[in-house]
Design a protein around this ligand. Structure first.
Ligand code: PA5
Length: 446
C-alpha cells in the first residue's frame, strides 16, 4: 500500500488551465532539484541520505542507545528548530504516550528550545536526584538557546557525576569543524556525531540529529530509513507530474495558493501527530517564506481543535486551505459496546469501531470545510508506524524543495532567522555586535 493524495475536496476550486501550468512548473522544479543546479544547491545532501545511511551507522546509534539505558532513566535532548523537531516528531508519533508513567522505559525530555527561566529551574530541580544523559544537538554550535541549556545541564552533570562520569553521559551532535560545540566536545572528550555540511537543520532528521535520539527512545530507526528509501526511489524515478506524489502535492498547493488561499493548515486526527505538524511547519515556513512570498503553514489537531479553531476555519477569513493527513488503520481498534438504559444515547454505535466513528468525523469535517470554501487535500497514509513516517519525512522534504523552486525562492536557506539572532546578540552585549547594538538603541529612541 502506498501513500496517496486525494483531491476530491479541492478539484471544484481549480481550473484545468491553472493545474496544467503548475504541473509543468512542478516538472521543471523536479528537474532542477535533481540536477542540483538550483538555488541552495550546496544544501542538497538530504536528497541521497536514505541511500547513504549504512547499517553500521544505525548499529552504532542502537549501541549508544543500549549503553545509555544501562545508566540513565532520562535522556535530555537539547536543541532548537531543525535540531530537535524531527526527533520529537517521530518519537511522539510512535511512542505510547502513557509509557512515561511506566518504570522501565527511558523518558525523553526536551530542553534548549526556549529561554524560560522557570522551565530550566524546574528541570534542574527535577533532575537533581535522577539518572540522566544529554544529547546536545546544534549544527552551528553557537545557537544561544541550546548553548544556555547545555551549560546549565553540564554544571549539574559535573556536580553529580564528576568530569569522568559526565563524559559517559554527554553526546554531542554538531558540525565537523565549525562552531563552539565541536571544540568544546573535543576538549571535554564527549562522544560527537557529525552533521554533514550539505544538510541543513530542517532537512536533517535522517542524520544523527534525528536518528540518535530516535534510537535512544526505542523507535525502530531501520524501518524509518527503509520507508524514506522507498519514497526516495519513487519520487526520483517518476517523472510524470500526475503520478509523482511530490509533484502532485506541489502542483495542488501552489494552484490553491494562487487562488489567494495563503494559509495551509496541516490537519491530523491523531494527537500523537502533533509534533510532526510542528516539524512540517518549520520545514515549510523556513523554506518558503521569503521575498514576501510563501504559503503560511499552520496546523490543527482534530477533532480537539474543532472545538476551538473550527469556527474560524468554517466561517472566518477565506484565506485557508487544508492538507488532511489520515491513517487508514489504527495500531489496534476498539469496539464500542451497549449499555443498559442508553442514558448517554450512544447505543446506536453498538458494535462500531472507534476508527470507523473517527472516519465519519473526518469525512463530515471535510464536507463542511469544503462547503465553507476551504479547499481540502487528503493525504492518505496506510498506517502510523516507523516505515510510513520515514516515507512522510522524505515526501515532505522533497515536495518542499520542488514547491520552493516553483515559488522561485531558495528553499534551503533561512536568512530571516539570522535577523533576530543578530539583534539578540547585540542586545546581550556579545563581542562583535557593538555597531548593531548602537543601531538598535538609536531606533528605540526614535
Ligand atoms: O533549519 C534550520 O537550519 C534551523 O531551524 C536550525 O535547525 C535552528 O536554528 C538550530 O540551529 P543549530 O542547529 O545551528 O543550533
Amino acid at each position: 500500500m502506498n501513500i496517496s493524495l486525494n483531491t476530491r475536496f479541492s478539484d471544484r476550486f481549480l481550473n484545468s488551465e491553472s493545474l496544467s501550468k503548475n504541473q509543468k512548473s512542478s516538472q521543471s522544479a523536479h528537474e532542477l532539484l535533481l540536477s542540483k543546479k538550483g538555488a541552495g544547491n550546496d544544501y542538497l545532501g538530504w536528497i541521497d541520505l536514505p541511500e547513504q545511511i549504512q547499517n553500521s551507522d544505525l548499529d552504532s546509534y542502537k549501541e549508544i542507545a543500549s549503553k545509555i539505558k544501562k545508566h540513565s532513566k532520562f535522556l535530555i535532548i537539547v536543541g532548537i528548530g531543525g535540531s530537535y523537531l524531527g526527533a520529537r516528531a517521530v518519537i511522539e508519533a510512535i511512542q505510547n504516550p502513557f509509557e512515561v508513567y511506566s518504570e522501565d522505559s527511558i523518558k525523553i525530555i526536551y530542553a534548549g528550545h526556549h529561554l524560560d527561566a522557570d522551565y530550566h529551574n524546574h528541570l534542574i530541580e527535577f533532575l537533581e536526584d535522577k539518572e540522566f544523559s544529554v544529547n546536545v544537538i546544534s549544527k552551528s554550535g553557537t545557537t544561544t538557546e541550546p548553548a544556555v541549556a547545555f551549560r546549565l545541564l553540564l554544571s549539574l552533570l559535573e556536580k553529580k557525576y564528576g568530569k569522568e562520569g559526565t563524559k559517559q553521559r554527554v553526546f554531542a551532535t554538531t558540525d565537523s569543524s565549525k562552531g563552539a560545540l565541536k571544540k568544546f566536545s573535543d576538549e571535554y572528550g564527549f562522544k560527537t556525531f557529525i552533521i554533514p555540511d550539505d544538510v541543513g537543520g530542517r532537512y536533517s532528521v535522517l542524520t544523527p540529529v534525528g536518528l540518535l535520539p530516535i534510537a535512544i527512545a526505542g523507535v525502530d530507526i531501520t524501518k524509518l530509513v527503509e520507508g524514506a528509501k522507498q519514497m526516495r526511489k519513487e519520487l526520483i524515478s517518476e517523472t510524470d507530474p500526475s503520478k509523482n506524489l511530490a509533484m502532485k502535492y506541489a502542483t495542488y498547493r501552489n494552484s490553491i495558493y494562487q487562488l489567494g488561499k495563503k494559509v495551509e493548515i496541516l490537519v491530523n486526527y491523531n494527537p500523537s501527530f502533533h509534533f510532526f505538524s510542528e516539524w512540517w511547519k518549520q520545514l515549510y515556513g523556513e523554506s518558503e517564506g521569503k521575498g514576501h512570498k510563501g504559503i503560511f503553514p499552520a496546523s490543527v489537531d482534530l477533532t480537539t481543535d474543532l472545538h476551538s479553531m473550527g469556527q474560524y476555519i468554517q466561517d472566518g477569513e477565506r484565506i485557508l486551505f487544508e492538507t488532511v493527513v489520515s491513517f487508514n488503520e489504527p495500531k489496534k481498534d476498539i469496539t464500542l459496546g451497549e449499555r443498559e438504559g442508553d442514558l448517554d444515547g450512544l447505543n446506536y454505535l453498538n458494535g462500531k469501531n472507534l476508527s470507523w466513528v473517527g472516519s465519519k468525523a473526518t469525512l463530515g469535517t471535510l464536507v463542511a470545510h469544503s462547503d465553507g470554501e476551504v479547499p481540502c487535500l487528503e493525504l492518505v497514509v496506510p498506517k502510523l508506524d516507523e516505515f510510513y513516517l520515514g516515507q512522510l519525512i522524505y515526501f515532505f522534504e522533497f515536495t518542499c524543495g520542488i514547491s520552493g523552486y516553483m515559488l522561485n525562492v531558495n528553499p534551503f536557506d533561512q536568512p530571516g532567522v539570522e535577523d533576530y539572532k543578530n539583534n539578540m546578540f547585540a542586545l546581550l552585549g556579545k563581542k562583535g555586535f557593538e555597531e548593531k547594538k548602537a543601531a538598535i538603541e538609536n531606533k528605540l529612541k526614535e
